[in-house]
Design a binder for this molecule. Structure first.
Ligand SMILES: NC(=O)c1ccc[n+]([C@@H]2O[C@H](COP(=O)([O-])OP(=O)(O)OC[C@H]3O[C@@H](n4cnc5c(N)ncnc54)[C@H](O)[C@@H]3O)[C@@H](O)[C@H]2O)c1
Length: 486
């Protein structure tokens, strides 16, 4: 009887002979990298990665009933969330009806950032689960979640179960179980679960998406994406004291913790979940060379930081490599510590052409390997910039949010909801892109052994269609000019 690779790995994982598959036996002992997760958690990641879940309903391409007005409730309005409140208040057809934060002051500050009249935002605050009361309200259409990571999936599931669409900041979930919970809740309730991956709306990313749709790159062979952003030292101060949730994430887990900024845009270009699928991945982390040094340095000035000395900090650089079912490769890197210029790589290498965004400025080469001149790049942009850019880029830049991509993302999501269109980034994208983090943790802890990437579409990816970037439908949501006087 034949045995395929998936079922062999399943057996191997269940019986503990996964060690042999990954070739990490040393003198009969299983050697593991110093890992931050307990063996139980690691085993669970593996088990969940191979568990099957039937599809109840295919949410890919699903159009929910139109909403003339989208009544929005926000949860977790710190740095990111309060900016989102402001951005959404510029969009016609949005009514901000609720703002929730554990801290009343944060909720009030976010409310003060609303720029236009007509937003009767009720504050929910004071309790760890004040968001539940908000989500139970009947008059909310969309719950917009910008909390720490651990709350994204629980609030997402609860919101859908209570009849709301949900928009989740990145990553949408922390574990494979949570990824499946989001998929199941969305399929059961027919509510959208949008992952707020703003980098999919950056201008060069959208240009390269349209180029790929037009066959410009030929067959795509390899892509690269990353989150390389030096915020290492600042992690010690974010939310201090006692609320340094992001620092804790970087102490408790070791892997590609923030994969979606890199993976989202190239995933769309490669039609993941829509005609293509990620198959398996491997992941490797360097040691920590910097975070512990920061902890020591900072604790010389302030005792508060002493608690972080010798914490099991995440390896500074994580490199993960994914293989698709079509035999292409995707490289995803994560480094928030070493001193180097910001980069998301965003490289698309095909049989005919290559695009590479970083180091800035973005560049493209065709055939002979020479980068196009500035004039040729301009010509390409004029020909291939999708309507989302040509129509919205000026106003998006004016309102802003990472140069305009944040506003473009919000506007497009609201326009889809108002016009009853499928969303660009659905629950399968949310789950698949976010799953890379826990899967990378497992691989890192197992000497970079391969692990399969769950098919959250349950095979529907074969028939699912790429999302529409033509703006032929919708595109009629206005941007408000009736700004309140300060
Ligand atoms: N897409 C992007 O470019 C981007 C950029 C920055 C942050 N983010 C994401 O946004 C999210 C928030 O990041 P941030 O930097 O704004 O963090 P933050 O710590 O500034 O804000 C989080 C807020 O959530 C609140 N909160 C915590 N627990 C809560 C609870 N139980 N109920 C209600 N509110 C609660 C906190 O009080 C705080 O105000 C994260 O998921 C992060 O990954 C995304």
């Amino acid at each position: 009887m034949g045995i395929n690779r998936r079922s062999f790995l399943k057996i191997a994982g269940a019986t503990g002979i996964g060690a042999i598959v990954s070739g990490k036996i040393r003198g009969g002992e299983v050697f593991q990298e110093k890992d931050n997760l307990s063996p139980k958690t690691l085993k669970n990641i593996y088990r969940e990665a191979y568990k099957k879940h039937p599809q109840k309903f295919n949410m890919s391409g699903y159009a929910a009933p139109k909403l003339d007005t989208v009544r929005v409730g926000f949860v977790g309005v710190g740095n990111r969330g309060s900016a989102a409140v402001e951005r959404l208040s510029y969009i016609d057809g949005v009514k901000i009806v609720a703002i929730c934060d554990e801290l009343e002051t944060a909720a009030q500050k976010a409310k003060a950032r609303i720029k236009t009249p007509g937003h009767p935002a009720i504050i929910y605050a004071g309790k760890e689960d004040s968001w539940k009361e908000m989500c139970r309200r009947e008059d909310i259409d969309l719950v917009y979640v910008t909390t720490p990571w651990r709350l994204h999936a629980p609030i997402g599931v609860y919101s859908m179960e209570h009849g709301k669409h949900v928009a989740l900041e990145i990553p949408a979930a922390k574990t494979i179980e949570e990824c499946w919970e989001l998929v199941q809740a969305s399929e059961k309730t027919k509510k959208h679960c949008v992952i707020l991956e703003n980098c999919c709306y950056d201008f060069f990313e959208l240009l390269t998406l349209n180029l790929a749709r037009n066959g410009f790159f030929g067959e795509i062979v390899h892509t690269e994406g990353a989150y390389i952003h030096e915020i290492g030292k600042s992690l010690f101060f974010r939310g201090k004291p006692g609320r340094s949730w992001r620092l804790k994430e970087n102490m408790e887990r070791n892997g590609s913790l923030y994969p979606t900024h890199g993976l989202g845009p190239v995933g769309q270009i490669m039609n993941l979940n829509r005609g293509n699928q990620m198959d398996y991945m491997v992941s490797m982390s360097s040691n920590d060379f910097m975070m512990n040094e920061y902890a020591k340095e900072l604790s010389q000035e302030e005792d508060y930081f002493k608690q972080f000395i010798d914490a099991p900090f995440r390896g500074n650089m994580n490199t993960s490599v994914i293989r698709t079912v079509k035999g292409q490769t995707i490289l995803i890197q994560h480094d928030v510590t070493t001193p180097r210029p910001y980069s998301r790589l965003h490289t698309i290498s095909g049989t005919k052409a290559i695009a590479q965004k970083y180091p800035l400025p973005p560049r493209i080469a065709i055939g002979d390997g020479k980068w196009l001149s500035e004039a040729d790049m301009k010509e390409l942009e004029e020909k291939y910039n999708p309507p989302l850019i040509t129509k919205m880029q000026d106003i998006a830049k004016e309102i802003g949010g990472h140069g305009g991509m944040d506003f473009l993302m919000d506007w497009r999501m609201i326009d889809c909801l108002r016009n009853g269109l499928p969303v660009d980034m659905d629950v399968y994208d949310a789950a698949a892109w976010s799953a890379i983090a826990p899967l990378s943790e497992w691989s890192v802890a197992n000497r970079s052994a391969p692990i399969d990437i769950p098919d959250f579409t349950n095979g529907s990816w074969r028939k699912n269609q790429p999302h529409d970037i033509s703006l032929q439908h919708g595109g009629n949501t206005q941007v408000r000019k009736d700004i309140k006087k300060e």
